[in-house]
Ligand binder design. Structure first.
Ligand code: HEC
Ligand code: HEC
Length: 417
């Protein structure tokens, strides 16, 4: 099929392909390899986790009712070249590509400026987090999204944006706002707002989809960083504002954001969506088990300065007092074993209070610290671009008077988590 496409094109756009391949990124090498598999010794339902993996990667919960019927994204995507798709952060799963296509890509024989190639990648189910139906005429007839759209990336082992899936790793380059703004169904004012979100961010409290209509629930939008879905086993309360456990939030997002056909109700935020049959709620236990099985990536052994890490750790637990909030094995105080999360007012840490005000709790959870090197920027709104910016923020807020050397040590410790 792909040979038909390439054969039909007399001019091969070889330059772009060689560009993509030469840009093979280094992010795949900064981390140790075997971080995300659950070990059999863990008290965890592995078969539920496997089922959950399929849901996480491939289940749209029927959200074509939003992405196809309302947003008409199948029409928009039909005009998008693979080059453009990669540039807005969409990822390609190399394992879904037949060997012949991989070879054609390597030989620069695939035209990445041709939207028909995008349709072919979708037909092969190779675009991470996007599920589409493509007919024999290469037309995209329906399109939906899965959790993996935002919470998976690839290891760039084949080329930049093309590699093996890394579930749970937030897609820090995905520009959801720019993608949704391609919809022919939205008013220009809304598209302009969506385009301001930028890569790696999304605002799950800006609108909800009730099965028929998109309703704006908060303006202006306050996009937040797409967080990791790994390293959450034992944390207890999820989201920046600790609104509930994993399944609470998965239900909210699956129904109200992805647009899945299901039900979600929370009086605290005045959201009540009821659609039967519910194709989301019954899947939450397996989906939750899978997320709990995802381990945070660890930096490659030897890539950091051990003595600086040790000095940084002493500061973290000592004079910098970070451990008053970032305590315990997950570096968070959110769970004291009770049914309510332990949370903090925005002024305790000097962050912007507005996003929390739109949540069920009105406060922020002490973020569990894990895989930090993998997912800049930091804080819910991405206001700290680097770990040094985080340390500088606290240095000012808590008047810590850290020297440059102490700051560097703290950063080295944070990198090791
Ligand atoms: C369009 C992008 C997008 C999609 C799709 C999406 N999420 Fe998220 N997810 C986010 C954002 C943004 C947040 C942060 C919201 C917050 O914490 O207030 C988040 C938060 C989370 C968290 C909390 C992480 C933590 O540190 O506590 C988990 C877990 C999660 N999502 C899992 C999922 C699952 C499972 C699905 C599929 C049902 C899903 N997400 C679909 C963007 C997305
Ligand atoms: C008073 C409680 C408290 C103290 C003390 C504290 N933190 Fe935090 N920390 C938080 C909260 C709450 C957040 C989430 C803020 C947000 O997302 O806007 C956070 C977020 C972070 C993040 C961002 C994580 C991410 O994935 O975005 C880092 C890194 C961090 N803190 C490191 C530190 C360090 C280093 C110190 C000591 C200098 C420290 N914290 C002291 C409560 C605290």
């Amino acid at each position: 099929m792909i040979t038909r496409i390439t054969g039909a094109l007399s001019i091969a756009f070889v330059l772009f392909v060689s560009y993509v391949i030469s840009m093979s990124s280094s992010t795949g090498t900064a981390f140790a390899q075997d971080e995300s598999a659950a070990s059999a010794s863990e008290a965890m339902d592995l078969s539920a986790a496997t089922e959950g993996r399929n849901i996480f990667r491939f289940d749209t919960f029927g959200d074509e009712q939003l992405w196809t019927n309302v947003l008409r994204m199948h029409r928009a995507v039909a005009t998008v070249s693979p080059k453009t798709a990669l540039s807005v952060g969409l990822k390609v799963d190399v394992q879904a590509l037949p060997a012949a296509l991989q070879a054609a890509l390597k030989a620069n024989k695939v035209d990445l400026n041709d939207p028909l190639v995008t349709a072919e990648l979708l037909r092969l189910n190779a675009v991470v987090g996007v599920m589409a139906r493509v007919n024999a005429q290469h037309q995209i007839t329906s399109l939906g999204v899965t959790c993996a759209l935002c919470h998976s990336t690839v290891d760039n082992s084949f080329a930049r944006g093309i590699g093996r899936r890394r579930d749970g790793w937030p897609n820090t380059t995905l520009n959801v706002g720019a993608i949704v703004a391609l919809s022919p169904a939205l008013p220009d004012s809304l598209k302009t707002e969506l385009r301001t979100w930028g890569p790696g961010k999304y605002d799950p409290r800006h609108h909800i989809f009730d099965g028929r209509n998109l309703r704006i629930i908060n303006t202006p939008s306050l996009p937040v960083v797409i967080p990791p879905a790994y390293g959450l086993n034992g944390v207890g309360f999820e989201t920046f504002t600790g609104d509930g456990p994993i399944s609470y939030w998965n239900g909210y997002v699956g129904v109200s954001q992805m647009g899945g056909h299901g039900s979600f109700r929370d009086r605290r935020i005045d959201v009540s969506i009821n659609q039967t049959p519910d194709r989301v709620t019954p899947k939450l236990p397996a989906l939750g088990a899978y997320q709990l099985s995802l381990r945070a990536p660890k930096p490659r052994a030897g890539s950091l300065d051990e003595s600086a890490i040790n000095r940084g750790q002493r500061l973290f637990n000592g004079s910098a007092r970070c451990d008053t909030c970032h305590s315990g094995p997950h570096y968070t105080d959110v769970s004291d074993g009770g049914r309510r999360p332990v949370l903090h007012d925005a002024d305790e840490t000097g962050v912007d209070p507005r996003y929390a005000r739109r949540s069920a709790t009105g406060q922020y959870r002490t973020t569990p610290l894990r895989g930090l090197l993998q997912h800049p920027p930091y804080f819910h709104d991405g206001s700290a671009r680097t770990l040094l910016a985080v340390v500088n923020h606290y240095n000012t807020k808590f008047r810590l008077n850290l020297s440059d050397r102490e700051k560097a040590d703290l950063v080295e410790f944070l990198k090791s988590l």
